[in-house]
Design a protein around this ligand. Structure first.
Ligand code: C2O
Length: 540
């Protein structure tokens, strides 16, 4: 195994998209940011220097960070942010993970432009457990605003309104030629007839689940969230923010030009979203002089929940997996949006005095500011968090019916953690609530990947739905799209000590508080305990 060193300079750079130029925050001036490419077992040492005018942290999305939660990155959860002019070195080892992950900023809305691929190859001389491929191509889906995304979210927080939706979706940071002023920069992927390509697809969009398809071609899914899956073939993918999907694509069509395209999946009432399409071009090299217009793939309608569900349910582990049969900690977490009912023109009780809020189990997370939760736990600093995150939903009612409970409109706010003993088996059922608007929520857990046992629509019923759990070959993920007006059940062994953020990966919901902290306590001895904090850990 190797140790790789990188310098990541966080800095502003003017970038032109959709006919307009403005300054964005980048790493090393690159957009998307640099691709990290390592092997399973390698150690990454990334020296981050902050030359921007914002506080920043970086998160290595999906990396387990076994005993190194100090390198996980969410601001005020595992570290204080790196101040302008400051620096911090993230150091972590890849332990038994292979596939595609990614990294992104984890403070305010910086991740809109601060992101890149993190590719983990198998150990030297170890083959992939799927058919051979000739080339690999990272495909990062994103969103672009015609203004500074930090201003977009800050303005929204001040006015208490929903933030402006983005102006375009992007593939490898380019909107593609269906948008104005974008055709000369459209991403072109040259392919040789007969060759097979591993596309490493990442959804880095801020607030949008996306359908993805390639005209004329089928894709074989082989891995997701850096865990191998039982291969299956599809012409359309659904991918939520935070998720990654690796697919094999063989250039077996008549030589020509074919669009790959992504567009919104948004089955939610009263929620604004962008219904435009981003494209890149798959171009057969033998047809390189062809000027013909590429074919567009057929993408599902924005509200095609039937297709979204059918796609998601195809994921399985390649073989039997050891799902722990006994559950020690059995939880149901409601996830949902809320709206404070407050007098016109007066400060409201939502984040920053706004009307909109979101919560889990009726608690809207408030990030601390004087120390990170992890530091407070490790050093025993009082007053940073409380341990009274309610383990059971406060009310039993029909979660999917609108306007049922006033109390869920006005959740409690606080830094409440849920403590879990090292080594316990945890089961969580996420239950979507429909108080203001029902929506899909891509739930992400830091520090783990978990078995996805089942999902369904309506209210989770412990009697009948438990029987549907797949305890034989469920897939393992770090991010799961909980269906609209529905539920998802996950299970994992809490074998990684630390303060782990669990949140909706739609950043607008995270901003409103759809987030909680799972505090996995140290076990016995060195192998079950957090390493000491690095000497250069930023101070609050
Ligand atoms: Cu992709 Cu909390 O992160």
């Amino acid at each position: 195994a190797e140790v790789q060193y990188h310098d990541f300079i966080v800095q502003e750079r003017p970038v032109k998209r959709l006919c307009k130029t403005h300054n964005i925050i980048t790493v090393n001036g690159q957009f998307p940011g640099p691709t990290l490419e390592v092997r399973n077992g390698d150690t990454l040492v990334i020296n981050v220097v902050n030359r921007a005018q914002y506080n920043v942290t970086l998160h290595w999305h999906g990396i387990r960070q076994l005993r190194t939660a100090w390198a996980d990155g969410p601001s005020y959860i595992t570290q204080c942010p790196i101040r302008p002019g400051g620096r911090y070195t993230y150091r972590f080892t890849i332990e038994d993970q292979e596939g595609t992950l990614w990294w992104h900023a984890h403070s305010s809305w910086l991740r809109a432009t601060v992101y890149g691929a993190l590719i983990i190859h198998p150990k030297l001389n170890t083959p992939y457990p799927f058919p051979k491929h000739n080339h690999e191509v990272p495909i990062i889906l994103g969103e672009w605003w015609n203004s500074n995304p930090i201003d977009v979210i800050n303005r929204a927080l001040i006015t208490g309104a929903a933030p402006k939706i983005s102006n375009a979706y992007t593939i490898n940071s380019q909107p593609g030629d269906l948008y104005k002023c974008s055709s000369s920069e459209t991403v072109i992927i040259p392919v040789d007839s007969g060759e097979t390509y591993l596309l490493r697809i990442i959804n880095a969009a801020m607030n949008q689940e996306l359908f993805f398809s390639i005209a004329g071609h089928k894709m074989t899914v082989v891995s997701a969230d850096a865990v191998y899956t039982k291969p299956f073939t599809t012409s359309v993918l659904l991918i939520t923010p935070g998720q990654t999907t690796d697919v094999l694509l063989t250039a077996n069509r008549p030589p020509g030009r074919y669009y790959m395209a992504a567009r919104a999946y948004a089955n939610a009432q009263g929620v604004a979203f962008d219904n435009t399409t981003t494209t890149a071009i798959l171009q057969y090299k033998s047809a390189s002089r062809s000027k013909s217009k590429p074919l567009l793939p057929r993408l599902p309608g924005f509200n095609d929940t039937r297709l979204a569900t059918a796609f998601t349910n195809q994921f399985k582990s390649p073989s039997k997996v050891p799902v722990p049969a006994h559950v020690d900690v059995n939880l149901l977490f409601t996830i949902g949006l809320g709206l404070f009912n407050c007098p016109r023109g007066r400060r409201c009780r939502g984040p920053n005095g706004g009307r909109l809020t979101a919560s889990m189990n009726n608690v809207s997370l408030v990030f601390p500011s004087k120390a990170s939760v992890l530091e407070a736990y490790y050093k025993g600093i009082p007053g940073i968090y409380t341990t009274d995150f309610p383990p059971i939903p406060p009310l039993q009612f029909d979660y999917t019916a609108a306007n049922i409970s006033r109390s869920l409109w006005q959740p409690a706010r606080g830094t409440k953690v849920f403590k879990v003993k090292y080594g316990s088996t945890v089961q969580i059922v996420f239950q979507d609530t429909n108080i203001v608007a029902a929506e899909n929520h891509p739930m992400h857990l830091h520090g783990y990947h978990f078995y996805v046992l089942a999902n369904g629509f309506g209210n989770f019923n412990p009697q009948t739905d438990t029987a549907k759990f797949n305890l034989v070959d469920p897939p393992q993920r770090n991010t799961i799209g909980v269906p609209i007006n529905g539920w998802s059940a996950i299970r994992f062994v809490a074998d990684n000590p630390g303060a782990w953020l669990m949140h909706c990966h739609l950043d607008v919901h995270l901003t409103w508080g759809l987030s909680m902290i799972l505090l996995v306590e140290n076990g016995v001895g060195k192998l079950q305990s957090l390493e000491p904090p690095p000497a250069d850990l930023p101070k609050c």
